[in-house]
Design a protein around this ligand. Structure first.
Ligand code: CDP
Length: 213
């Protein structure tokens, strides 16, 4: 069983996918965190973000993993708390835009489905990774609402956060994610579209559960 969810930054995919996976007893996979882990490696090792081949080789020669309890490991080291920085936000869409890198990432993502029932969320899960998923959702929300959610998330983590800065950062990432040549976030007629701007998390989960039943 494969449940695929795509959507832009801050649309609530992560929270919703995690709850859904819990309710169904499926494995939850945040594919954005895999691209974030790779970007962490690229920045840590001063790899040129303009060099697709260098990034591809770094990916091949290092072990990027997600554990069943959603920890991000780089060569066995837990880097989960290091992959949510603004520096990574700024660079991740570029790193994720290279076709050879994406193909390798997709292979890893498809591997999960051979072993588990999964709820997987990202940008190209409904379109490229699992076009034949059992259920395909596109979770959206207005940019203002998505910025508000991100500000709130940061505050909960005790991080300082500035509305205008987050607005700019999300808007730029939306543009890169939606307009890049490979692995762009797309809406299709096969996805079930949900605009969560005026919905609570529980309402979104409930709606998805109804669809799945
Ligand atoms: O958590 P947030 O919504 O900010 O983003 P994320 O899901 O952690 O994804 C971070 C970035 O990874 C996105 O902006 C995309 O550029 C990239 N990504 C991707 O290219 N393909 C995916 N399947 C998931 C994420």
């Amino acid at each position: 069983m494969i449940i695929a969810i795509d959507g832009p930054a801050g649309s609530g995919k992560g929270t919703v996918a995690k709850i859904l996976a819990n309710k169904l007893g499926y494995l939850y996979i945040d594919t954005g965190s895999m691209y974030r882990s790779l970007t962490y490696l690229v920045l840590r090792d001063n790899i040129d973000t303009n060099s697709e081949i260098d990034i591809y080789n770094a990916f091949k020669n290092n072990d990027i993993e997600i554990t069943p309890d959603s920890k991000n490991l780089l060569n066995g080291e837990d880097i989960s708390s290091k992959i949510r920085t603004e520096e990574i936000n700024i660079n991740v869409a570029k790193v994720a835009g290279y076709p050879t890198v994406r193909e390798l990432m997709r292979e890893k993502q498809r591997d999960f489905a051979s072993k588990y029932n999964i709820v997987m969320e990202g940008r190209d899960i409904t379109t490229e990774v699992f076009p034949d998923a059992d259920y395909k959702f596109y979770l959206d929300a207005s940019i203002d609402e998505r910025v508000r959610r991100r500000v709130k998330q940061n505050e909960e983590k005790g991080l300082e956060s500035n509305y205008e800065e987050i607005y700019e950062s999300i808007k730029n990432r939306d543009t890169s994610d939606m307009t890049r040549e490979y692995g762009a976030l797309k809406r299709t007629t096969e996805q079930i579209y949900i605009d969560s701007s005026n919905m609570t998390i529980d309402e979104v989960v409930e709606y998805m559960m109804e669809v799945i039943k």
